[in-house]
Ligand binder design. Structure first.
Ligand code: SF4
Length: 483
C-alpha cells in the first residue's frame, strides 16, 4: 500500500472493456488509455486480456505496479484482437501479489474466458469450497477467481445460462466485465453497489459505428475516445457482439444501494455515476456543511485534492474567502519506503505543506473528505498552527466512519477507526483543532441527490454502511472487528 494513503479508505479496483466493430483495430490500446484514467481506483497491479480474432484465444499480460509500468507499445501490439478488457487493482480480498493480479483467464475445451471484477464477494469461501470439491483448482487467493471458474464450469449450458447461473450464485458487490470467444459482457450486482457504465465509440470514416466500452467510471470512456451512454442498472447484464447490445435483468430483487463514498472520495471528480455529476455533488456537500456547521473564519481551504470542491462550496454558502493554504507534494507515493511505526508521524510531513503567507494570523476552516485514522488531520492542524493560523476549524464532508466496509473497500479494523473509538469532542481535542464537525447523513444524501427523501435514508438508493452500520446486504462481523 502507498504509505501516504494509509489514512484513507481505498477503492479496490477499476474495470474497463472494449468491443470494436472493426476487426483490424487493436482493442488493447483503447483499454490502455481507459486504465490510465482509472488508475486512482487501484495502483498495486494492472492487466489487460485481449481476444485474438485469428486464434480465438484470450491472451493476457498483467503485473504488479502502475499501468504505465506494465505496458510498452510492443506488449500492447502483441495483445492482438478487436475486443479486450483490463483491470487495475488495490488489494482488499487476497494478498497483494502477482498471482492475484487481474484479469483472470480460464482456458477450457469450449473456449477461453477472461474476467475483471470490482467489488467483494461475501460468499467467496463457500463458492471456492464447492468448486474445489468438484476438482477445480485455483491459482490465487482472490475472491474474483471463483467467478471465472464458475462461469467456465457452467459454460456447456450456453453463455447466457452460464452467466445467469453464476451471477445468481455469487453474493456481495460486483461490477464485472467478461470477455469470451464471442462477446464482451458487463454485469452489476442487484444493489449496484459498485459503478459500471456503458460508452460508445464514434463512427469510422465509412460511417460505421466504432464499437462499445464498459467502464467503472465515465471519465475513462472519454479518455479512450468514446462517449458516455448510460449506467448499467443494478441487476442488469449487457452482452455486446458485432450485431447488437443485448440487455437483460438477472434479478427481480434489485434494490439500488450505490456506494455513497464514490461521490465523497473514490470517483474522479469529472465522472458521472448513475446520472449524478461527482464534482457537483462535492460542491453541494461543502454548501450543506456550511449551512449545518458555519463558523466565523477568514479563509476556507480544502485538503488537496478531494477536499477542494467542498471547500469551494463551503466558501460560497458562508461567504468565507476560499484559498490554497495547503499544497500537496505530488511526488511522494509508491516509491517511498514505508518507515517503521515510530517514524510514521514524521513521514506524514512529507506529503503536505502550508503556505504561510496565506494562513498566518487567520482563522482557518479546513475541509477534508473524511477522517479514518486521524493521522493526516492531526498533522495538518499542527502544520497550519506552525504557519501562524490563529484558529483551525475542521469540517468533514462525510459523516464519521465508524464501521467497516464489506463491499470491496479496504477499511481498517474498527478499533483503528478514530471516530468509532472517540466522541466528537475527544476527537477534536486529539486532533488539536478549535472545532470539528461532520456533515450529517441526511446532508450527505442531499448532496448526492437533492430529490431523495432524506427522512428515509434506507430508501434513497445509497449504501451508508460505513457510517450507519446498516448494510444493503446481510454481513457477518468478524471477531477481529470488535472494538
Ligand atoms: S460500506 Fe461505505 S465504503 Fe462500503 S460500499 Fe457502503 S458506503 Fe461504500
Amino acid at each position: 500500500m502507498n504509505f501516504f494513503d494509509d489514512d484513507k479508505l481505498h477503492e479496490e479496483c477499476g474495470v474497463f472493456g472494449v468491443f470494436l466493430n472493426n476487426p483490424e483495430q487493436n482493442a488493447a490500446s483503447f483499454v490502455y488509455y481507459g486504465l490510465f484514467s482509472l488508475q486512482h481506483r487501484g495502483q498495486e497491479s494492472a492487466g489487460i486480456a485481449a481476444l485474438s480474432d485469428e486464434y480465438l484465444e484470450v491472451q493476457v499480460h498483467k503485473g504488479m505496479g502502475l499501468v504505465g509500468e506494465n505496458f510498452t507499445p510492443e506488449i500492447l501490439a502483441a495483445l492482438k484482437g478487436s475486443s479486450a478488457l483490463g483491470h487495475v487493482r488495490y488489494s482488499t480480498s487476497g494478498a497483494s501479489c502477482p498471482e492475484n493480479a487481474q484479469p483472470f483467464v480460464s482456458r477450457f475445451k469450449l473456449g477461453s474466458i477472461a474476467v475483471a471484477h470490482n467489488g467483494n464477494l461475501t460468499n467467496a469461501d463457500v463458492v471456492r469450497e464447492l468448486l474445489e470439491d468438484a476438482g477445480i483448482g485455483f491459482s490465487s487467493s482472490s475472491d474474483s477467481e471463483v467467478i471465472v471458474n464458475l462461469i467456465a464450469k457452467n459454460y456447456k449450458k450456453g453463455l447466457e445460462k452460464a452467466l445467469t447461473d453464476t451471477i445468481k450464485f455469487i453474493k456481495g458487490s460486483y461490477a464485472l466485465v467478461i470477455l469470451t470467444n464471442e462477446v464482451l459482457v458487463g454485469a452489476r450486482d442487484p444493489n449496484g453497489i459498485r459503478p459500471l457504465c456503458l460508452g460508445k465509440i464514434g463512427n469510422d470514416e465509412n460511417g460505421k459505428q466504432g464499437g462499445w466500452i464498459l467502464s467503472s467510471e465515465s471519465c475513462a470512456i472519454e479518455a479512450a475516445g468514446g462517449a458516455y451512454v448510460r449506467d448499467i442498472e443494478p441487476g442488469e447484464v449487457v452482452i455486446i457482439n458485432r450485431e447488437q447490445v443485448l440487455s437483460f435483468s438477472f434479478s427481480e430483487k434489485t434494490r439500488r444501494a450505490v456506494c455513497s463514498f464514490e461521490y465523497v472520495y473514490f470517483a474522479r471528480p469529472d465522472s458521472v455515476i448513475d446520472g449524478i455529476d461527482v464534482y457537483s455533488s462535492r460542491i453541494r456537500a461543502g454548501e450543506i456543511l456550511g449551512k449545518e456547521f458555519a463558523v466565523a473564519a477568514d479563509l476556507v481551504i480544502g485538503v488537496p485534492d478531494s477536499g477542494v470542491p467542498a471547500a469551494i462550496g463551503y466558501g460560497r454558502a458562508t461567504n468565507t474567502p476560499f484559498g490554497m493554504g495547503i499544497v500537496k507534494n505530488k511526488y511522494v507515493g509508491r516509491t517511498f519506503i514505508a518507515p517503521g511505526q515510530t517514524e510514521r508521524e514524521r513521514a506524514v510531513s512529507l506529503k503536505h505543506f502550508a503556505i504561510r503567507s496565506e494562513v498566518n494570523g487567520r482563522r482557518i476552516v479546513l475541509i477534508d473528505d473524511s477522517i479514518v485514522r486521524g493521522t493526516t488531520s492531526r498533522h495538518l492542524v499542527s502544520l497550519l498552527r506552525n504557519a501562524g493560523a490563529r484558529e483551525v476549524h475542521i469540517r468533514i464532508c462525510s459523516p464519521p466512519v465508524r464501521f467497516p466496509c464489506y463491499f470491496g473497500i479496504d477499511t481498517p479494523h474498527r478499533k483503528d477507526l478514530i471516530s468509532n473509538v472517540n466522541s466528537a469532542d475527544a476527537l477534536c481535542k486529539s486532533l488539536g483543532a478549535d472545532s470539528l464537525a461532520f456533515i450529517s447523513v441526511k446532508g450527505l444524501l442531499e448532496s448526492i441527490d437533492a430529490s431523495c427523501d432524506t427522512d428515509n435514508p434506507g430508501n434513497c438508493g445509497y449504501c451508508l454502511g460505513c457510517f450507519t452500520g446498516e448494510y444493503p446486504i446481510a454481513v457477518s462481523y468478524k471477531s477481529d472487528e470488535a472494538v
